[in-house]
Design a protein around this ligand. Structure first.
Ligand code: DQA
Length: 150
């Protein structure tokens, strides 16, 4: 049976493609969504992709995933480094969770080295651009047992 993965994107990720391309590349969020949808199809995963600039909305969506989704991928943008509210919502959501960042946050400013999201995530992928989301989907397919070959 197909399982569903909710992919959450935080503030300013709607600007991908034009936002600091030397750091984030030229991919848009729409092109990453498209790639995830396609990759999900091959992995037996139904991918639902969302973006918000609002912390509370992201918290609401994480809570929604408790009943409606089988796994989460989270790129919380700057809230990664600030949001205890998001951490608490993630800790309360007992489904597989993977944190993704386009850039390598460990090579950047000191304040980006700490992630609240990491305290709740099963794993973290950073520095591989939009491809990181696809890798997260592959890992979740294995965890959720949707891989056809296995
Ligand atoms: C980001 C890294 C964060 O530090 C930053 O605030 C973002 C994007 C990334 O995907 O590399 O908005 O999460």
């Amino acid at each position: 049976m197909t399982k569903t993965v909710l992919v959450l994107n935080g503030p300013n990720l709607n600007l991908l493609g034009t936002r600091e391309p030397e750091i984030y590349g030229s991919e848009t969020l729409a092109s990453i969504e498209e790639a995830c949808r396609k990759r999900g199809e091959g992995l037996g995963l139904d991918v639902e992709f969302r973006q918000s600039n609002t912390e509370g909305e992201l918290v609401d969506w994480v809570q929604e995933a408790r009943d409606k989704h089988d796994a989460l991928i989270v790129n919380a943008g700057a809230y990664t480094h600030t949001s205890v509210a998001l951490l608490d919502a993630l800790l309360a959501t007992e489904i597989p969770k993977i944190e993704v960042h386009l850039s390598n946050i460990n090579q950047r400013e000191e304040f980006r080295h700490h992630s609240y999201v990491s305290k709740a995530a099963d794993g973290m992928i950073c520095g591989l651009g939009g491809f990181g989301y696809e890798l997260a989907l592959e890992s979740l397919a294995r965890t959720l047992g949707t891989l056809k070959e296995e």
